[in-house]
Design a protein around this ligand. Structure first.
Ligand code: HEM
Length: 273
């Protein structure tokens, strides 16, 4: 019926797609299904190597692998794309920051072969890193979280909770609280993330303060990967284009688990000469 039927059909499409990818890789490995460690490149091959013989709770090793891949796809897709949309929206409101980031990219990356860009080169892009952190602070893709305690407990605030309590955390609100981020908490300010110890270094903020990736034992496993993906896309766009939001286009959050834009982000890309 309705949404449930659509969801069941969508799950089937996902499963078929992932099983097909698995079959292709299995063919590469030959009939005995063994994967030699030295040959392993890419995420799928790495997972297949590490999961050999493991079945998870399903008791089926192929299903376990499929579910893990699906989990990574769901966790890592809309979060990074939503983070990037809000980042470009904020850049469009702050063209001077866009220019500073472009200057940094030209200095640190320049005409380098884009395909060979690695984590080392990305580390030097502190302005870009600060800008992305600001976008995630002001518009965290996972804006709300809820948790229930395992057993009755007392929170550090003094509030008593029991196993039926539902604790709602608003990362969106926390990113905009003056007592956490200071008087300029509503400003998009990449400099907030510069270390005071030395030029060109990023300031570390504890995950219980910068909560976009959650904190504690169930913190995001793909944080570093998410930053790498967002930086690669941001560099490629900012280096070549100035981004303008189309005049009159309405930007506001939609009603979804992920803080997506209700009407998307319509932009005009103006080539940089
Ligand atoms: C801007 C990008 C991202 C943001 C803001 C983000 C945010 C989060 C948050 C808030 C959680 C906690 C969810 C919860 O407890 O209910 C989480 C969990 C998780 N994330 Fe991310 N994420 C991002 C990118 C990624 C990427 C790229 C991957 C992997 C490809 C990934 C994999 C995961 C996984 C596997 C978990 C579950 C961890 C666990 O429960 O033990 N994330 N993420």
């Amino acid at each position: 019926m309705g949404k449930e039927k659509k969801l069941t059909e969508a799950c089937k499409v996902f499963d078929e797609f992932i099983y097909k990818c698995l079959s292709r890789k299995e063919e590469e490995f030959g009939n005995d299904g063994r994967v030699e460690k030295e040959e392993t490149t890419g995420l799928l091959k790495s997972l297949m190597t590490s999961f050999q013989g493991q079945t998870g709770t399903s008791g089926d090793s192929r299903r376990f692998l499929k579910d893990t891949i699906l989990n990574l796809m769901i966790a890592g897709r809309d979060t990074t794309s939503t983070g990037l949309s809000w980042f470009f929206y904020l850049l469009a409101q702050n063209p001077s920051i866009e220019s500073k980031i472009r200057g940094e990219i030209e200095k640190e990356v320049g005409d380098a072969d884009w395909k060979s860009l690695g984590v080392k080169e990305l580390r030097g892009l502190v302005y870009l890193h600060g800008g992305l952190c600001e976008a995630l602070r002001l518009y965290p893709p996972v804006a709300l979280e809820h948790k229930s305690p395992y057993e009755a407990d007392v929170l550090p605030s003094g509030h008593a909770v029991n196993e039926n309590s539902k604790i709602i955390l608003s990362f969106y609100s926390m990113g905009r609280m003056e007592w956490i981020w200071g008087k300029d908490c509503m400003e998009f300010k990449p400099e907030r993330w510069f270390s005071e110890e030395g030029k060109g270094r990023v300031k570390h903020e504890p995950s219980y303060k910068f909560t976009a990736f959650h904190a504690g034992p169930r913190t995001c496993l793909g944080k570093e990967m998410g930053f790498i993906q967002m930086k690669m896309v941001a560099i490629a766009i900012i280096y070549h284009y100035h981004v303008e939001v189309v005049e009159g286009h309405k930007v506001c959050p939609g009603d979804s688990i992920i803080l997506q834009m209700k009407y998307g982000l319509k932009v005009r890309l103006v080539p940089i000469n």
